[in-house]
Design a protein around this ligand. Sequence first.
Ligand SMILES: [Zn+2]
Length: 235
Amino acid sequence: MADPLDTFRTLHRILKQKTDLESRLKRGPQQVAASQNRVNHCQDKLSEAKKRVQAARMAADDKQLQLKSREARVEDLNGKLNTAATNKEYQAIKEQIAADEQANAVLADETFEMLEKIDELNDAVSQVEASLKTCQDEFADVSSRVEELQKKLESELERVLEEMKLTEKELPGDVKSDYLRMVKTRGESSFAEVENGTCGNCYQTLTPQLLDQLTMKKTVFCSGCGSVLYTPERV
Ligand SMILES: [Zn+2]
C-alpha cells in the first residue's frame, strides 16, 4: 500500500500540470485570433487606401474632361474672331478668350496637383500592401507554430490525465469520494502542502493535533479551506 501522503503529493503535482497545460492550450487559439485580427485590420486599411485612390482618380478624370471641353470652347471662340461683325464684338470675344484661358490655366494646375496627389495615394497603397504582407506572413508563422504546439500539449495532457487516473486509484478509500467531488470544482486546490505548520492554500495555522495526525500519515483536511493536506517530501 502506497503512503497516502505520497499519493496526495503526486496527485497535487499532476493537477498543477493539468491546470498549466489547459491554460497553455487556451492561449494558442487566442494568439492565432489576435494575429488574424491584425490581418483583418490591414485588409480594411488597404481597401480604404484603394478607395481613396479611386475617388481621386475619378475627380481628376472629371477635371480633365472639364479642361478639355473648356479648351474646345476657347478654340471655338478663336474661330468666331474672324466672323466678328464689329470691332466691339471682336473685343468682347478677345476678352472672353483671355478670361477663359486664365480659368483654364488654373484648372490645368489643379489637374496637375490632383495627379500628384494620386501618386502619393498610390504610395500609401503600396505601404499598406507591404504591412499586410508582413501581417499575413506573421499569421502563417503563428498558426503553424501554434498548431504544432497544440499537438504537443494535447498529447502531454493526455499523458497527464492517464497518470492522474492511475494515481487516483491509489487514493485511500476514506478520501476518494470527497476528492472526486472536490476536484471537479476546485481542481489543483483540492490539495495543499503544509508549510511551517500552515495550510499552503489558505495559510491557516494548523492545530498540533492535525499536525500529529499528518505525522501518522493519516488523511487530514484543512479546517479552513477543506483541502487535503500533505507534508513536503523530505530529501
Ligand atoms: Zn487551508
